[in-house]
Design a protein around this ligand. Sequence first.
Ligand code: NAP
Length: 267
Amino acid sequence: MENSLKGQKAIITGSSSGIGKGVALSLAAAGADIVINYAGSKEKAEEVASLASQFGGKVLVIKADVSDETEVKEMFSKTIQELGTVDILVNNAGLQKDAPFHEMTLDQWNKVIGINLTGQFLCAREAVNEFLRRGINPHISKALGKIICMSSVHQEIPWSEHVNYAASKGGIMLLMKSIAQGYAAKKIRINSICPGAIRTPINKDAWGTPDSLNKLMNLIPYKRIGEIEDIGKVAVWLASDQSDHINGTSIFVDGGMTLYPGFTTNG
Ligand code: NAP
């Protein structure tokens, strides 16, 4: 996939950590100029930028809360001013605010929906507007633009004690498909990646000790935790012309978590 994204400009939201970091580095390694976006972790964002710079492309670091309309608009204006356009958006920023349903506060609900779902709406809307403004450049890509939404296995698997998170990911699925349906004729491609358990700070409780990691394997038929590179490789492929006929779909990168492993021995 070396140089498969040469000349393309990508914004990766929430790329100061975890999956966003992995995707940013993979896109940079494939030749893209990239924007590292963060909300609070400036130093971590700058560390990712310094790693990404080694691949030779341009790297910008932009602070923006994806749930804030003004900050999202400013992130896109700054990117267009500095890099010329946006060809790829990776809608990745997300978090969890967990509580049993009957104890969940409105603040916990609104925070997760605001960042995980409304954040994807705000960024995708700016990206689509930029794609339409710019027009197609066949020397760069067969598509007018590409959007990758970071969803989760929890767009499909219900998750008690995380209903805000599961609702945000279920929402992303139909947000993604509806945008795909509306803009396919304009040559905009939008797809989701649905990670299972990937080794990042968001779920350290699930892999941080040998015991917890062992228990996690009950949920993963392939018997290994995912790494950020597993997601980065799929993101590069989805952003490249290699996947030009893939639109409006969800790719599960989960070692089989959605195979309901509890039923392996008859349930
Ligand atoms: P992570 O390591 O905690 O990283 C989250 C990233 O999101 C950080 O860069 C954080 O930046 C950023 N962020 C948080 N709030 C933001 C906001 N308001 N505006 C902009 N950026 C914001 O988590 P992760 O595991 O990589 O998760 C990334 C995505 O993958 C999420 O959408 C998550 O739901 C999804 N996912 C993860 C897993 C998994 O197993 N890890 C599984 C399924 C889906 P700051 O630190 O600067 O705030």
